[in-house]
Design a protein around this ligand. Structure first.
Ligand SMILES: NC(=O)C1=CN([C@@H]2O[C@H](COP(=O)(O)OP(=O)(O)OC[C@H]3O[C@@H](n4cnc5c(N)ncnc54)[C@H](O)[C@@H]3O)[C@@H](O)[C@H]2O)C=CC1
Ligand SMILES: O=C1[C@@H](O)[C@H](O)[C@@H](O)[C@H](O)[C@H]1O
Length: 335
């Protein structure tokens, strides 16, 4: 039987996930949805044959809904995740799990109190073919012990109402999660450097930013976050080991030789750049949910990412090197 999914938030990625659950992933069906933008949500409900509900809470309570996808704005996530846990339903929550570590802690505690893991966080880079290849290379020992990582996360232009804080809590949070997953260890300290700001960064936005992380074993990481780079969506990652390096491949795209020049298209945003990762993420989520388990990034991973992002925010505000106090992982969240 198909997994019957209710979606909260039908904006850019919410609609894309509805399309993917309907047309790309087998074994699932979007039966209910809600958004405060009622007109757009009704249009999407009609298009995909789902039932429109006036509130997210009604979607969660709907008897025909087995599992929830949350794709509303970041500050709304915690409330809906907690409601999903209370209803005993599986929840896929787009990143970040919440906008504060304290809200994440409440989610983790609620999940533990309920006695069953239900929540997966939308850290889709763990499902990307290139990052998976890097992980396999690291785990095989092919480049020796990892010493350093050089990463880049560039967006062409920021989304509406993007703030300096969001560059880390909404954007670099992807690196915070995926690098921790690649290395299999948590972070120890954070520092944020603020280079000269782009003149195209409006409303006082500090952009670019450089996030420096140190892991518990001493691996050093630099992440350039540049939200206003203008030329395209560009994610890079190079891992330097004792005996070699591995680098994230760019997605396959056509090469053009024309007019005396060689060119290679760079995607404009995340939706095309990571399309295969999102597809794989949802295939695996539907499969695991039908088996009654959480197999992807957990609420614990969302919590640790948020603790780290909060430390980065403090580091940016104070200019200090901030220690990152990662709580001890409960046995409930097996590694
Ligand atoms: N994994 C990834 O690579 C990506 C993740 N995201 C995450 O997905 C979420 C949505 O992002 P976008 O689609 O880009 O934003 P968006 O602004 O296009 O869509 C968000 C939608 O949520 C709705 N909404 C806001 N508050 C609501 C509430 N209380 N109840 C129901 N609906 C509500 C808005 O009306 C809007 O339609 C964000 O949390 C973002 O961080 C977004 C883009 C990529
Ligand atoms: O999650 C995402 C967006 O919300 C965020 O704003 C972008 O910076 C990220 O690259 C994208 O993957």
């Amino acid at each position: 039987m198909d997994l019957r999914v209710g979606v909260i938030g039908t904006g850019a990625i919410g609609e894309d996930h509805i399309r993917r659950l309907t047309h790309t992933v087998t074994g699932a069906n979007v039966v209910a949805l809600s958004d405060i933008n009622v007109q757009n949500a009704r249009r999407i409900a009609d298009k995909y044959g789902a039932k429109f509900y006036a509130t997210g809470e009604e979607v969660i309570a709907a008897p025909e809904v087995d599992a929830i996808v949350i794709a509303s704005w970041d500050p709304t996530h915690a409330h809906y995740v907690l409601a999903g846990i209370k209803a005993g339903k599986f929840v896929f929550c787009e990143k970040p799990l919440a906008t504060s570590a304290n809200d994440c802690k409440n989610i983790v505690e609620a999940e533990i109190a309920g006695g069953k893991q239900l929540v997966q966080v939308g850290f889709m880079r763990r499902f990307d073919r290139g990052y998976r290849q890097i992980k396999a290379a690291i785990d095989s020992g092919r480049i020796g012990e990892v010493l350093m990582l050089h990463c880049m996360h560039r967006n062409r232009v920021p989304g509406p109402k993007h703030t300096t804080e969001m560059s880390i809590k909404n954007s670099v949070i992807h690196e915070i999660d995926v690098l921790r997953w690649l290395l299999g260890e948590d972070y120890k300290t954070a520092q944020v450097l603020l280079p000269k700001s782009s003149r195209l960064a409006e409303d006082g936005l500090r952009d670019p930013q450089i996030v420096l992380l140190e892991t518990q074993s001493g691996v050093r990481i630099d992440v350039e976050s540049f939200i206003n780079c203008q030329y395209g969506y560009d994610v890079q990652c190079e891992v330097v080991g004792e005996t070699g390096t591995v680098r994230l491949p760019d997605p396959a795209n056509m090469e053009v030789r024309s007019g005396g020049a060689f060119s290679y298209e760079i995607f404009p945003d995340w939706s095309d750049r990571f399309i295969e990762a999102y597809d794989t993420e949802f295939r695996e989520w539907v499969d695991a949910t039908k088996r009654g388990i959480v197999a992807g990034p957990s609420a614990w991973d969302g919590y640790v990412a948020c603790v780290t992002a909060d430390a980065c925010t403090e580091a940016r505000e104070t200019g200090a090197i901030v220690p990152i106090a990662i709580p001890r992982r409960p046995a409930f969240y097996k590694k």
